[in-house]
Design a protein around this ligand. Structure first.
Ligand code: SF4
Ligand code: SF4
Length: 209
């Protein structure tokens, strides 16, 4: 039907009056013509293709040679998660599970445990996450876990998640997620924190004000 829909033909095939309606004006009739002798050589087409390739050789490359070369990332970049500690080195997470509930990808799994006597220097609250895992293959880096956390415990840092060759290597446990106790192990999340008002609980994004 050459890109035209004959409504009358569809509804009343025997009618003699034909009216056609064009659904869009995007249809393009392609007419195949015989090649002339120059076109049959294919050389003009080959040289025009080569010219385009050579032109791109002198253009600035759109890619970088990662990891040797690193591209500057946005201040709001959401990368690898970090489970934060407080000033005394205790884990902030109280295993409330709000991050797991908020996660649209169901990437977080938590097992809670009760803090024992003598562990006050390890965990800030009476309950803590004995197991905290994030499946980084499921994660879509939306940051909803960070938004949901009332304990200032989880943040998405500006670290890029490294590549790996097996699925199991993308299940990040506490050994990877919890930041170190000493200054060298701490992960700076100040760029992400500045979007929140840190006084009071739960934290509220300042942009809502
Ligand atoms: S960033 Fe989003 S998808 Fe990833 S763990 Fe947090 S809530 Fe889930
Ligand atoms: S990271 Fe925050 S929201 Fe998630 S379980 Fe720990 S305290 Fe709760």
């Amino acid at each position: 039907m050459h890109g035209l829909l004959s409504l009358n033909n569809l509804n009343t095939p025997n009618t003699k009056t034909e009216s056609t309606m064009q659904l869009t004006n995007r249809s393009k009739v392609v007419v195949k013509h015989d090649l002339n002798w120059l076109e049959k050589l294919y050389l003009p087409a080959i040289f025009s293709g080569l010219a385009i390739t050579i032109k791109h050789l002198f253009k600035k490359s759109a890619t970088v040679r990662y990891p040797e070369e690193k591209r500057e990332i946005a201040s709001v970049y959401r990368g690898q998660h970090v489970l934060k500690r407080d000033d005394k080195g205790r884990e902030n997470c109280t295993a409330c599970g709000l991050c797991a509930v908020a996660c649209p990808a169901e990437a977080i799994s938590i097992e809670a445990a009760e803090r024992k006597k003598g562990e006050e220097n390890l965990y800030r609250e009476e309950k803590y996450a004995a197991k905290y895992e994030i499946n980084m293959l499921r994660c879509i880096y939306c940051g909803l876990c960070e938004d949901a956390c009332p304990k200032d415990a989880i943040y998405l840092s500006d670290r890029i998640v490294p590549t790996a060759f097996t699925r199991g290597n993308f299940i990040y446990g506490k050994d990877i997620l919890v930041e170190g106790i000493d200054a060298s192990g701490r992960v700076d999340v100040s760029k992400r924190k500045k979007n929140y008002e840190m006084e009071g609980s739960p934290k509220q994004p300042l942009i809502n004000k």
